[in-house]
Design a protein around this ligand. Structure first.
Ligand code: SAM
Length: 312
């Protein structure tokens, strides 16, 4: 891979490249880099121009399944050599990649679909490459979890990604039970043959009335997005065989914060602010309180003003 610019950040303006050549001309390509490249989750139109350029220009592509990825690469006219990288050979692949990086070559890591490492192989490789001091650079794009969350209409200010639930019923139920009281949205990936059993277990754990969204075949022809309670989703998915096909994401709405949690937070905020306000002006005390408590800046600022008023 060649350096086409001597200055980093040459394409940080976010402008749209009309061709790979233009993109290349504006892009800074540091040598000895592992690029983690997102590919589409169904719709080929979601392949980014930058992904095409990087995959065309690197010396090697480490792919989860080389046969699967070869049709994607062929579609975009990319002929870069590939190396299989899956969960069982990651240590070996990481060493192979490091040897390439040591020679000044660049490598890209892709998975079958979406963003590598998100319920996909790559974690051990990225960790090892970073440990060795080489640069790892993201080429962002599609990801089913953010894709589903962005259209679900459920709270996005706090969420957790749970990936696939354990296959064994006992372990699955334990994991679900641990999430029952969670206050942020909870995102799961699921496979067609387990969807009915998982939704049934979710109804049992979270209760039939808990709000949820079922997102299927996102960005593809049969994309469906169904919202409702867990009980209605279970009924709809069980009744219609087509709803049990394809790729799917479930998002469960978190619990509203309980009064106890809220008052504990408020108490903590007051204690921290009172101490800080003894030494610092409101703005600085608020800034430090945000760091110490993780609570929202606006809330802490308004609370600090009230505390100051109360003491004058
Ligand atoms: N790395 C991928 C990503 O960035 O989302 C996820 C890979 S994981 C092995 C595959 C799972 O992601 C599927 O079983 C499904 O739960 C979810 N998924 C992938 N593509 C999807 C799509 N188009 N619509 C809904 N869910 C999808």
């Amino acid at each position: 891979m060649q350096d086409a610019e001597s200055e980093q950040g040459a394409t940080d303006d976010g402008s749209t490249a009309t061709s790979n050549e233009k993109l290349r001309a504006r892009q800074y390509w540091p040598p000895s880099t592992l690029y983690v490249v997102a590919t589409p989750i169904g719709n080929l139109g979601d392949m980014t121009p930058r992904a095409i350029t990087v995959l065309s220009d690197v010396d090697l592509i480490a792919a989860e399944d080389t046969r699967h990825s070869s049709s994607l690469l062929r579609h975009f006219g990319i002929s870069t050599p590939m190396l299989a990288c899956h969960d069982h050979n990651e240590t070996e692949v990481a060493e192979n990649i490091i040897a390439r990086l040591a020679k000044g070559q660049s490598v890209a890591l892709i998975s079958d679909a979406g963003t590598p490492l998100i319920s996909d192989p790559g974690y051990a490789t990225v960790r090892r490459v970073r440990e060795q001091g080489y640069r790892v650079s993201p080429v962002p794009g599609a990801c089913a979890l953010t894709c589903a969350l962005s259209v679900a209409g459920l709270p996005t200010d706090r969420f957790s990604f749970e990936g696939f639930l354990p296959a064994k019923a006992g372990q699955r139920d334990k994991r679900l039970a641990a999430l029952r009281e969670q206050t942020g949205s909870i995102i799961f990936y699921e496979a067609p043959h387990r969807i009915v059993a998982s939704l049934t277990a979710m109804v049992d754990t979270f209760g039939p009335d808990r709000e949820a969204v079922f997102a299927r075949e996102l960005t593809k022809r049969y994309e469906t997005l169904t919202g409702g309670t867990l009980a209605t989703l279970l009924a709809e998915v069980s009744a219609e065989r087509n709803q049990q096909r394809g790729e799917m994401v479930i998002i469960i709405k978190g619990l509203a914060m309980t009064e106890t949690q809220r008052s504990e937070q408020e108490l903590l905020a007051d204690q921290v602010l009172t101490t800080l306000l003894g030494e610092l002006p409101v703005k600085q005390a608020t800034g430090l309180a945000v760091k110490l408590t993780g609570l929202k800046k606006n809330y802490l600022y308004n609370r600090a003003i009230d505390l100051v008023k109360d003491t004058t």
